[in-house]
Design a protein around this ligand. Structure first.
Ligand code: AMP
Ligand code: ZN
Length: 142
């Protein structure tokens, strides 16, 4: 636990939340400023700042909980769809530095945008540049 982390304090019960799920490794609760009814945050109980920092077993348990919660959240608010995503690092818009996945129910004509809207100005990359980037990603895997 990180003493000054708001999500660690929620896991510890020191800050109240509308809890929707809890197991040994994972905690899920409603976002206090929801973008839609049912907007849910799914977090590892341990304090890890970014997805990149998660141990493999924690990553697996986190995604298993998200996989389980997506249809439950949609059903609870009668949503036909959802956006599921992580802000991963400050430059991406992550404000709370404790890994959290957003499950945001979506409705027809709700005025929202697809996840593509998160990007900045789109680069105009040639096919060779795409190939080089793909090679670099493959080489960078550990
Ligand atoms: P992010 O910008 O991805 O870091 O998102 C942080 C999210 O945490 C925002 O959607 C906030 O509304 C939400 N949030 C902040 N404090 C609380 C809290 N005490 N309980 C529930 N959600 C919170
Ligand atoms: Zn934390």
């Amino acid at each position: 636990m990180s003493d000054d982390c708001i999500f660690c304090q929620i896991v510890a019960g020191e800050i109240p939340s509308h809890t929707v799920y809890e197991d040994d490794d994972v905690f899920a609760f409603l976002d206090v400023n929801p973008l839609a009814p049912g907007h849910t945050l799914v977090i590892p109980k341990g304090h890890h700042e970014r997805l990149n920092d998660l141990p493999d077993d924690t990553a697996e348990n986190l995604y298993a909980a998200i996989h389980d919660l997506i249809p439950a959240v949609e059903a609870a608010v009668d949503a036909p769809a959802s956006n599921v995503g992580f802000n991963n690092g400050a430059e991406s818009g992550q404000e709370v530095p404790h890994v959290h996945g957003h499950v945001i129910p979506r409705f027809a004509d709700d005025g929202g945008s697809p996840i593509h809207a998160v990007g900045g100005t789109a680069p105009d990359l040639e096919d060779e540049e795409l190939a080089a980037i793909a090679d670099d990603v493959a080489a960078a895997r550990s």
